[in-house]
Design a protein around this ligand. Structure first.
Ligand code: NAD
Ligand code: DAU
Length: 356
């Protein structure tokens, strides 16, 4: 048996592939374009493992995807591949339209043709699992209930609009063609191999590098944090037992304002790697210009996944954030390797425009 994962050299995809190889006795084909966010070093621990086959390529390359499907006959496709950073989508939305919308469409087309030609039992068992985000639901008022699966779509950034479009395409391929799809909409992830352009890894890396910790606006925007390994276990569970055509929200019931997150990271670093001058890393916090169109609050109601499929996160925010900070402290070489020239250009461009 084989599964095909797309975007498996990115943050969540790599964690998923590593866990899959460790737990399942099944080949995983990993198709990744290796954009700035893709990193084969995240997969170094499974280098040469016969259960993993890395393929460098684009989900929008129909001929390549068709060839991979025909050759390997996967029983499932799990689509992680995406442009994923909101700030980058504000500076340059086109890549987001290309990968998240056109890429997902081409992938769906290739998968539809492959699935249609499968023999009866294999066709019945096949699944296409699309990994999506809570950002498609828009921003919540402070006292509004958390997003359920039936919350209306109200995407506010080019990133979330492109993910919303991909979710709609996936839904339509089920409704129109009967393709056996599953969609997961997850809240903010954190953990190992997280690229240091996103809040949590950026704060850890900047703190240790003696740099400013740029908090957007008043820092009171709320995100709902889930340890990445819990997201991976939710995806495995939905793949295994989810009802075809259904959507499952994934979240950790961990709503926190950004400033609290940054202060918690500083406190952990004060404990685990104190500054040479004895001062707290929190002294490095700087308030910078807010993100345009910044969503104020996300919160996921994950009760459907718990009720129907018995999934619950294993980590609390406290255990997960400690593991994360410890991982970065012990994997500094990985951080140095991902801070390429293009990463440094991005930091200059984004934070150059955000000076206090
Ligand atoms: P990431 O940016 O870290 O990784 C994306 C990966 O996709 C990279 O390895 C990149 O090289 C690859 N990729 C990009 N374009 C591609 C293409 N055209 N063809 C093949 N590969 C391509 O993203 P992530 O944080 O790991 O997110 C993975 C998925 O989960 C995305 O679909 C994202 O929308 C979704 N998601 C992320 C979060 C989060 O907090 N990070 C939360 C919910 C959902
Ligand atoms: O909610 C799920 C989404 O979470 C995923 O779909 C996205 O792929 C993922 O990138 C993430 O989006 P966010 O925009 O919430 O994540 P980010 O880490 O960029 O920002 C988290 C919060 O921190 C957000 O309110 C903006 C703020 N922020 C971010 C950065 C990078 C800062 O205050 N300073 C920063 O330097």
């Amino acid at each position: 048996m084989t599964i095909l994962v797309t975007g498996g050299a990115g943050f969540i995809g790599a964690n998923f592939v590593l866990d899959w190889v460790a737990q399942a006795d099944e080949l995983v084909i990993n198709l990744d374009k290796l954009t700035y966010a893709g990193n084969v070093q995240s997969l170094a621990s499974i280098d040469g493992n016969p259960k993993h086959l890395f393929v460098h390529g684009d989900i929008a390359d129909s001929a390549l995807v068709e060839k991979l499907l025909a050759e390997h006959q996967p029983r499932a496709v799990i689509n992680f591949a995406a442009e994923s950073h909101v700030d980058r989508s504000i500076h340059g939305p086109e890549d987001f339209i290309q990968t998240n919308i056109v890429g997902t469409f081409r992938l769906l087309e290739a998968v539809r043709a492959y699935w249609k030609a499968l023999p009866g039992d294999a066709q019945q068992a096949f699944r296409f699992l699309h990994v999506s985000t809570d950002e498609v639901y828009g921003s919540l008022a402070p006292d509004a209930p958390a997003f359920t699966e039936t919350h209306q779509y109200e995407p506010n950034s080019p990133y979330s609009a492109s993910k919303a479009a991909s979710d709609h395409l996936v839904r339509s391929y089920h409704h129109t063609y009967g393709l056996p799809v599953l969609t997961t909409n997850c809240s903010n992830n954190y953990g190992p191999y997280h690229f240091p352009e996103k809040l949590i890894p950026l704060m850890i890396v900047n703190a240790l590098g003696g740099k400013g910790l740029p908090v957007y606006g008043d820092g009171q925007q709320i995100r709902d944090w889930l340890y990445v390994k819990d997201h991976c276990s939710a995806i495995r569970r939905v793949l295994e037992a989810g009802t075809v055509g259904e959507v499952y929200n994934v979240g950790g019931w961990n709503e926190k304002p950004n400033l609290e997150i940054v202060n918690r990271i500083c406190a952990l670093l004060d404990e685990l790697r104190p500054r040479a001058d004895g001062k707290s890393y929190s002294e490095q916090i700087t308030f910078v210009t807010d993100r345009p169109g910044h969503d104020r609050r996300y919160a996921i109601d994950a009760r459907k996944l718990e009720r129907e499929l018995g999934w619950k996160p294993a980590e609390t925010f406290e255990t997960g954030i400690r593991k994360t900070v410890e991982w970065y402290l012990s994997n500094w070489q990985w951080v140095e390797n991902v801070q390429s020239g293009s990463y440094r250009e991005w930091v200059e461009k984004n934070y150059g425009e955000r000076s206090e």
